[in-house]
Design a protein around this ligand. Structure first.
Ligand code: FAD
Length: 494
């Protein structure tokens, strides 16, 4: 007999709710706990997982396997090419191990819910009890509703309600411990499972050697790393976060998103620690800490939206009135955007950083998403896909939400007539041009604070041209007019 916890996007021991119940169940019954991880290459492809993210997951599995083994809990890992077969394989393994209790944390995306529905049926057929646990959000989806009994589609009232809920349910932030020593004698009965090897990255998701080293250095794996990043951010940067969070040069944010996305760090732990750092306050008191907590809340918000309106998983706009906006599908323009060769320095710097770091700052995500969908009028879904294929923190709900904001087609978006001006954004959030100089070497010789943002329009065209930096591929004022016209016409066609 045994109990099984199935790891997915919850690669941690601390504050892992399903793992904790699985452990308690095993302990009460004095039977072994076995942990399971299944890698499905087909699933990784279907969900556009970036090679950087796959590598990050595999690196984290190593630490997880070691941490579990120290507790006498084996982590069995295997590859299942076809994702449709995964639920059947989970049940087969449970039967093989004689496990009658299976636990897993819930993933809210549609494909994942369908997979779990299939698993429920298979488990019922075989007499295995399957418990799916809410874990990823600070406040469980479904817990908040407006006075009319509806899910909020606007962040600010939703956030007020989120805050009120947490004030009323302080235990919600209680962090659950990592499992203790597994007294269930797994080493005697399931000795071989301790030798299970980390799966290989599938061919189409494999990094080169240099990239592997680069990402290991930028984002070291492990819960301890996530926790020390969190602690050091809270100690040194968080109090200025409110003032500095939009500045794109230097590091003013936590860069914890890769750890949240893979579940190496729990959002509850992050909010609970920020609350402690803020003298026990979730909102108010220190503006920086309160503002950071409200950003972590955006992650919950987009997950709640996904749960209530799952059709967003189907390549659809949240706002149906934007379905008929006419988009462009020019591959050359799209490639100039991905390569960082648009002639708009801030856009190019960000797009080059994403290729190198698999991560960019939130402000830059907003600037480049607005540029793609409004200045270039390219279908925002192409940009959304590209981000997933590149980002180490690629996360469906947050990415879809962010692209919906930038393209004005999403939940609580910026209104369509607010078109980011890349030049003004650049001057405001990279005032000295440091970020641009870091990522666009062609412009490094331009020392002038004004010219760096628009070399051809501000007297540094000769330097830019000599270094091979392109002229702007569109005229922003004209593109803006075209975007307003297209959005208006699209809505009228609705
Ligand atoms: P911090 O500023 O330190 O914030 C802490 C945490 O709060 C983040 O790690 C993240 O989990 C959460 N958070 C902060 N801002 C947001 C936000 N606007 N929406 C949702 N969660 C937020 N975030 C992802 O995790 N994955 C994505 O795939 C993703 N795609 C995006 C695409 C676009 C077009 C936009 C505009 C935003 C996207 N975001 C995404 C949100 C945000 O840009 C990143 O979470 C943030 O930049 C991560 O950096 P950080 O960890 O330093 O954030």
């Amino acid at each position: 007999n045994a109990v099984v916890h199935w790891f997915k996007t919850d690669l941690r021991l601390k504050d892992n709710r399903s793992l904790k119940v699985a452990y308690e169940t095993a302990k009460q019954n004095d039977i072994p706990l076995i942990c399971l991880y299944i890698l499905s290459p087909q699933d990784l492809t279907a969900h556009l997982r970036s090679p950087a993210r796959v590598d990050f997951v595999l690196r984290n599995l190593e630490g997880l396997k070691k941490g579990l083994a120290e507790l006498d809990i084996p982590l069995y890992m295997e590859t299942q090419e076809v994702r449709r077969n995964v639920p059947g394989r989970v049940v087969e393994l449970c039967e093989q191990w004689g496990a009658s209790n299976l636990f897993a944390n819930i993933e809210y995306e549609v494909d994942e819910l369908r997979r779990e529905a299939k698993l429920v049926k298979l488990c019922c057929d075989k007499g295995i009890s399957f418990e799916a646990v809410h874990d990823t959000c600070v406040v469980t989806p479904g817990a908040l509703e407006s006075q009319q009994g509806r899910q909020y589609a606007v962040y600010t009232p939703w956030y007020r309600s989120w805050m009120t809920y947490l004030h009323g349910h302080p235990k919600n932030l209680d962090v659950v411990d990592a499992p203790g020593q597994n007294a269930g004698k797994a080493r005697t009965h399931f000795k071989d499972l301790f030798d299970s090897e980390i799966p290989d990255a599938p061919e189409n998701k494999r990094l080169g050697e240099e990239e592997k080293q680069r990402f290991s250095k930028l984002y070291p794996a492990g819960e301890d790393e996530a926790m020390s990043r969190l602690d050091s951010f809270l100690e040194t940067k968080a109090t200025d976060y409110g003032k500095m969070r939009s500045m794109v040069s230097g590091q003013h944010t936590s860069i914890l998103s890769p750890y949240f996305a893979a579940g190496v760090l729990s959002a509850r732990v992050a909010v609970a620690k920020a609350k402690d750092a803020n003298g026990g306050y979730l909102d108010g008191k220190n503006a920086g800490l309160a503002s950071w907590i409200s950003e972590v809340a955006w992650r919950d918000f987009y997950r709640h939206v996904l749960v209530h309106w799952p059709f967003i998983c189907m390549n659809k706009c949240f706002k149906p009135e934007y379905t008929n906006v006419e988009w462009e599908y020019d591959t050359d323009l799209f490639n100039l955007w991905t390569q960082g060769k648009t002639g708009f320095p801030i856009v190019d710097a960000a797009m080059r950083q994403i290729k190198h770091d698999a991560w960019i700052h939130n402000r830059n995500r907003m600037i480049v998403s607005s540029f793609l969908s409004k200045d270039l009028m390219l279908d925002w879904r192409r940009g959304e896909r590209y981000f997933m294929e590149q980002l180490i923190d690629g996360d469906f709900a947050s990415n879809h939400g962010g692209w919906g904001f930038g393209s004005s087609t999403g939940v609580d978006p910026q209104p369509y007539f607010r078109v980011f001006n890349p030049l003004l954004q650049s001057e405001k959030f990279d005032p000295d041009g440091e970020f641009i100089r870091q990522w666009v070497p062609e412009l490094r010789e331009i020392k002038d604070r004004k010219a760096i943002h628009d070399p051809y329009g501000r007297g540094a065209g000769a330097v830019a041209q000599k270094a091979g930096y392109p002229k702007p591929i569109v005229n922003h004022a004209e593109s803006r007019d075209r975007a307003l016209k297209r959005y208006k016409e699209g809505i009228a066609r609705d």
